[in-house]
Design a protein around this ligand. Sequence first.
Ligand SMILES: Nc1ncnc2c1ncn2[C@@H]1O[C@H](COP(=O)(O)O)[C@@H](OP(=O)(O)O)[C@H]1O
Ligand SMILES: [Mg+2]
Ligand SMILES: [Mg+2]
Ligand SMILES: [Mg+2]
Length: 305
Amino acid sequence: MASTAPVIMRIMASSIQTAKRAGGIIRDVLKKGDLGIVDKGKNDPQTEADRSAQRCIIASLTKKFPSVKIIGEEGGSDLNVCDDWLVEDSDEQFLQQSCPAEWRDAKPEDFVIWVDPLDGTAEYTQGYVEHVTVLIGIAIKDAAVGGIIHQPFYQQPDGQLGRTIWGLKGLGTGGFTHSLAPPGEFIITTTRSHSNALHQQALNAFPATKVIKVGGAGFKVLQLLEGKAHAYVFATPGCKKWDTCAPEAVLEAQGGFLTDINGEHYAYNADVEHVNREGVLASVGENHSELVYKIPRKVREAVGV
Ligand SMILES: Nc1ncnc2c1ncn2[C@@H]1O[C@H](COP(=O)(O)O)[C@@H](OP(=O)(O)O)[C@H]1O
Ligand SMILES: [Mg+2]
Ligand SMILES: [Mg+2]
Ligand SMILES: [Mg+2]
């Protein structure tokens, strides 16, 4: 079954296992205690966990899918990794499912895999480890089609650490229980470490009953999927394609939307600009276009300039 399954199914099944392994590396670096922090820019830290998790993911997926383009947040990585970091297996349960017809004939050269080995690095370095996710997003041509969101520090009821959420458009989602956000309230989830005046103006335009400030694009989309928030607002550039590809695919496989603040989808082919210049607006799906028009036109015009 595994070797004959369509490429999208094999990439998803391998990515699920690989994200779990990367999560183990992220826990190990924290346990050892030497984070090896490097500043890539203002408010943009990178740690040994970001670097090592990326090497594990890109080495593993490159070995399995040599002709698929893979783009990782941490740039070119040394792919000569120890066997322990080379993930060869696939999620067999995922492979039992049938591939949506629309993706069955996609060829390796149609794909781009967008890798954020550790989303929420600022929070990781500050001890908010529950905000951390590993993101593997799978695009076919321009569209974010599949995604893995792995939480290395999620505490399972049996005490085990880690959970893996997946979504594939046309098939659905797995790894979590979907809940609706409370009716009669309007809860926004947003950045806790990358706000600015323009973004604050956009937030002020919404009649929010509550604003939750958490780290990472992956964790914010999980707030939507689990009914803890109605919308994710980020009205400034700063997020990149590897932040949004996996969350967009998972959220949209569940009926939500993730777009820029004008309501347009980003393109995820290999030639696009990495920065999401027009910000991020995500919702559980009931009223996405109404949310777009809540953001004052002046703010929308200023974002991305
Ligand atoms: N102004 C900025 N500069 C650099 N990165 C930014 C940024 N604004 C957002 N990001 C990136 O977007 C992701 C989500 O940000 P936030 O938690 O503030 O919502 C983070 O990913 P990483 O942690 O993978 O780098 C963060 O670094
Ligand atoms: Mg980063
Ligand atoms: Mg990120
Ligand atoms: Mg990252």
